[in-house]
Design a protein around this ligand. Structure first.
Ligand SMILES: CC(=O)SCCNC(=O)CCNC(=O)[C@H](O)C(C)(C)COP(=O)(O)OP(=O)(O)OC[C@H]1O[C@@H](n2cnc3c(N)ncnc32)[C@H](O)[C@@H]1OP(=O)(O)O
Ligand SMILES: CC(C)C(=O)C(=O)O
Length: 517
């Protein structure tokens, strides 16, 4: 084992997906997993296979596709959870089961209603059973941050004896301060020695997740569990991009410690996850926020112009932020320049069909919009990749909305080569659009969330709309994306996108697992 290597375990698709409103369908998870593989992540926690047929399907599909990263599924210390995890990851070339049980007094007494002895027995049984499916078993002491160290040592001994190779010590509720976690990890790393790898998984309830991750690395942790954009339960997890860049930038502190992350892929990964989940990182978010490399005040601008390092501790290009792009696209640009720009932005998995569709849309856009920015092109390509299941395809939209009149929408949709047309009145223009689409498609959606952001600056900016819609009572929500210079057109596309996502997931689950959703 290389003692300087920090294993990067990404849990965007599991803990990240536990962020309210962040659920993704299988196709979206596959896209994220492919990008995580390109980013150089060592372990991808692809989901919690036993949680639902959709989760099982996503973990299985990812396990079949990803070749270079280990694919892992989480499971409680329960036989059926472990079995589902084992079956789902079985297709992967490198696979792991991650099983856990809580070890803090408060969780054992009130949640599990188990004695410490029962917890140890259950943990051992879980690891032994997981070993019947895979060799690589990780065990987590949930709420380790509030567990007693002597008890943690007992659990560590027992699960290592049972075959666990990685011991994760999560600060599940984001309670610990960096100095406290540093001393806990130091003691438990020394105690564990070469018997297993010590991992950390820190939550951000006090805004300390990344500080805690770094303090742990400096004290013996050799695996970090992180998410893109810091997504995760409640206030989120330690952000991958922050922890990785801190280790890279502060060589003076971290010495020979390193990760295998291909950092110029960080920005593209962040954008993909933000687009798919509809959850944008805050503008001042470290590394990937819109303002992370923007200098607004004169003194700073002056300094950067004279010498970049006066106000920049890393180069934007080190994390994949391309500034001062030399190739400007406009209405006279051809396919070659467009293709070149896409390559420059780091897209290398674009199909011929996606490229052609995006190019056609680029030409239409260039007729209407003066400057086409890198973000516009990035969004056109991502939108093509996300909206490829056009079961219902928007052909036309006509709206009328007057302050004293009746909001009305007329919608034309293509479905199975048939053109469907209808119009409806609504309480507002959006309501009229949604009502007409519901009537035309025969599915009635409940809108759970609606967001609109402008992709770039200017009155002619592209509008990116994200909708979150559920189509059955109390069921999963589906995300739809719409991109257009016209916000209402983007809205109609996003609503139909959510329906298409629901229908294709339903179809996939019926085919793959015989389950209905
Ligand atoms: C800290 C974390 O992030 S842990 C991971 C969180 N992720 C998830 O919960 C994934 C989504 N969850 C789900 O889909 C569901 O909760 C399921 C399918 C996992 C379980 O659903 P249900 O069987 O209906 O149980 P429910 O969620 O109501 O309660 C959890 C049960 O698991 C028990 N449990 C919790 N953790 C563990 C564990 N690690 N090992 C064994 N049992 C556990 C609880 O004590 C409770 O048992 P009880 O019903 O006997 O009181
Ligand atoms: C299951 C574990 C790793 C977890 O997510 C946590 O403790 O936060």
């Amino acid at each position: 084992m290389d003692k300087n290597k920090i294993i990067v375990f990404d849990t965007t698709l599991r803990d990240g997906e536990q962020s309210p409103g962040c659920s993704m369908n299988t196709d979206e998870k596959i896209k994220v997993a492919l990008q995580l593989e390109k980013l150089g992540v060592d372990v991808i926690e692809a989901g919690f296979a036993a949680a639902s047929p959709g989760d099982f399907d996503a973990v299985s599909q990812i396990a079949k596709i990803i070749k270079n990263s280990t694919i892992c599924s989480l499971s409680r210390a329960i036989d059926n959870d472990i079995k589902q995890a084992g079956l789902a990851v079985s297709h992967a070339s490198k696979h792991r089961i991650h099983t856990f049980i809580a070890t803090s007094p408060i969780h054992m007494q009130y949640k599990l209603k188990m004695t410490p002895d029962e917890v140890i027995k259950r943990a051992v049984k879980a690891v032994q059973y997981a070993k019947t499916f895979v060799d690589d078993v990780e065990f987590s002491c949930e709420d380790a941050g509030r567990s007693e160290i002597p008890f943690l040592k007992e659990v560590i001994d027992a699960v290592i004896e049972a075959g666990a190779k990685t011991i994760n010590l999560p600060d599940t509720v984001g309670y610990r301060l960096p100095t406290e976690l540093a001393s806990m990890i130091k003691e438990l790393s020394a105690y564990t020695g070469d018997r297993a790898i010590i991992s950390v998984h820190n939550h951000n309830d006090l805004g300390l997740a990344t500080a805690n991750t770094l303090a742990s690395v400096l004290n013996g942790a050799r695996q970090i569990e992180v998410t893109i954009n810091g997504l995760g339960e409640r206030a989120g997890n330690s952000a991958l991009e922050e922890a990785v860049m801190a280790i890279k930038v502060r060589k003076d502190i971290f010495g020979d410690l390193y990760t295998n992350i291909n950092t110029p892929e960080l920005y593209a990964t962040s954008r993909l996850v933000a687009t798919i989940t509809g959850v944008e990182p805050q503008q001042n978010k470290a590394i990937v926020g819109k303002n992370a490399f923007t200098h607004e005040s004169g003194i700073h601008q002056d300094g950067v112009l004279k010498h970049q390092e006066t106000y920049e501790i890393m180069r934007p290009e080190d994390v994949g932020v391309i500034k001062d792009s030399t190739l400007i696209l406009g209405k006279h640009s051809g396919r070659a320049a467009f293709k070149d720009k896409i390559a420059q932005l780091g897209f290398d998995n674009v199909s011929e069909e996606e490229l052609n569709n995006a190019f056609e849309r680029f030409k239409v856009l260039a007729d209407k919009k003066k400057d086409i920015t890198d973000d516009d092109v990035r969004m056109l390509i991502t939108d093509e990749a996300l909206n490829h299941d056009k079961i219902f395809d928007l052909v036309g939209l006509q709206i009328s909305d007057c302050s004293n009149g009746l909001p009305m929408a007329a919608v034309t949709i293509k479905h199975n080569n048939e053109i469907l047309k209808d119009a409806a009145l609504g309480d507002g223009t959006m309501d009229a659009i949604f009502k007409t689409i519901d009537r035309l498609t025969g599915y009635s959606g409940q809108l759970k969330d609606y967001k609109v952001v402008s992709v770039s600056e200017g009155k002619d900016s592209l509008a990116k709309v994200t909708t979150r819609v559920s189509f059955e009572e109390n069921s999963q929500t589906f995300v739809g994306h719409g991109l257009s210079i016209d916000t209402m057109l983007a809205t109609a596309k996003a609503y139909l996108g959510a329906l298409n996502s629901y229908l294709s997931q339903k179809d996939r689950l019926t085919k793959n697992c015989g389950h209905q959703i």
